[in-house]
Design a protein around this ligand. Structure first.
Ligand SMILES: *Cc1c(COP(=O)(O)O)cnc(C)c1O
Length: 392
């Protein structure tokens, strides 16, 4: 299996077949497991074998298939699946940090990630510094002897800024800090954060891994000592487990993820190129465009520009709303990575909790529209965006 390529791993890695030899992965919809004898129960609690389970909050065969498949894809030693992306972020940060520690995080974080970093961690005695993630000298300047974690998203939401993973890892590892990357926007298809020096990678499986808007899920990947040690200890006792049914959806999502994500990114690039210079747009942000200010960094750590485009519409919120309301294919929602194209106005929805100063600081203007490119025909999507921009 180690020498299988991505698509083969996504279809076959981690499969556990029962004695019935089912073709499709089985859903083990059970919270508990039965032991043949009291002695066997005792033995299982004493030492859990690879194919043995006790309770679904700790592990379940369908969930284990999902964990093993994504770990194979990422070439990670181990993975722990969670009920949502936020359970994964929360689990990783709380398992790594304790009172007296310091975390440096990029300020361009997903709203709930920012809540954990800014509001929850300080309550438990963790010191926090937020930096401009794209500026390596800011990471360097923020480091302290008690810095234990550097945390960031790359690409960031919704301004699609990249953070130099190799650069931050070099700075963090000098003081023994762990690098935790939220790799959702880049996807495991286009960016292998672990191989670039990250210690822990997190996904919201809700996005590209499901890819069809059905279930919440998440996963934390890293080395065996961390995943099977403090992370598993934290998650199994605090209840962030992924349900077996949702794990099965995610397993089936992985089978087609490479095809989907590549098709979505190809459409995103086509659309971004075609919209360049459009007179209703102040700016088009797509990391796969050569004009993106970090194009060289993006090209060095990502295989493609991703599945999301951000457009800055001239005329602020009113113009952006007119465009959203005129779209006939893309749906107004807040998911991303879905088969259906989804359009979001971050300033009034996903990022409405931020103050106007924070929004300005992050470059999230009133005209900014986030467009998650789906699996529809790229020509149809472009025609739809173009007609909607006429209303902006
Ligand atoms: C959606 C998302 C999350 C949270 O995932 P949920 O599955 O909604 O809990 C975290 N980080 C990023 C970048 C996301 O897009």
């Amino acid at each position: 299996m180690d020498n299988w390529n991505t698509r083969t791993k996504l279809v076959h890695a981690g499969t556990r077949r029962s004695q019935y030899g089912e073709l499709s992965e089985a859903i083990y919809l059970t919270q508990g497991f039965v032991y043949p004898s009291a002695e066997a129960a005792q033995a299982r609690f004493d030492e859990l074998g690879d194919d043995e389970f006790i309770y679904a909050r700790y592990g379940n065969p369908t969930v284990a298939m999902f964990e093993d498949r994504i770990a194979a894809l990422e070439e990670a030693e181990a993975a722990f699946a969670t009920a949502s992306g936020m359970a994964a972020v929360n689990g990783a940060l709380f398992a790594l940090l304790e009172a007296g520690d310091h975390i440096v995080a990029a300020k361009a974080l997903f709203g709930s990630c920012l809540f954990i970093v800014e509001n929850l961690l300080p309550k438990y005695g963790v010191e926090v510094t937020l930096v401009d993630g794209s500026d390596l000298s800011a990471w360097e300047a923020a480091m302290q002897p008690n810095t234990k974690v550097c945390f960031f998203e790359t690409l960031s939401n919704p301004t699609l800024e990249a953070v130099d993973i190799i650069g931050v890892a070099a700075i963090a590892h000098k003081v023994g800090a762990k690098v935790v990357v939220d790799n959702v926007f880049a996807t495991p298809i286009f960016q292998r954060a672990l191989s670039l020096g990250a210690d822990v990678v997190i996904y919201s499986a809700t996005k590209h891994i499901d890819g069809q808007g059905r279930c919440l899920g998440g996963v934390v990947l890293g080395d065996v000592d961390f995943i099977r040690g403090p992370l598993e200890m934290y998650l199994k006792h605090t209840g962030g487990a992924l349900s077996p049914f949702n794990a099965w959806i995610m397993l089936k999502g992985l089978e087609t993820m490479d095809l989907r994500v590549r098709a979505q990114a190809a459409s995103a690039l086509t659309i971004a190129k075609a919209l360049q210079g459009h007179n209703k747009l102040a700016k088009i942000i797509y990391p796969g465009l050569e004009g993106h200010p970090q194009h060289a960094l993006v090209a060095s750590q990502m295989e493609a520009g991703g599945t999301v485009i951000s457009l800055v519409v001239n005329g602020g919120k009113d113009a952006a709303f007119r465009m959203l309301d005129a779209l006939k294919i893309a749906l107004i929602s807040n998911n991303l990575g879905d088969a259906k194209s989804i359009v979001t106005h971050p300033a009034t929805t996903t990022h409405s909790r931020l103050s106007s100063e924070q929004l300005a600081d992050l470059g999230i203007g009133e005209g900014l529209v986030r467009f998650s490119v789906g699996l529809e025909d790229a020509g149809d999507l472009l025609a739809d965006i173009t007609q909607a921009l006429n209303h902006a």
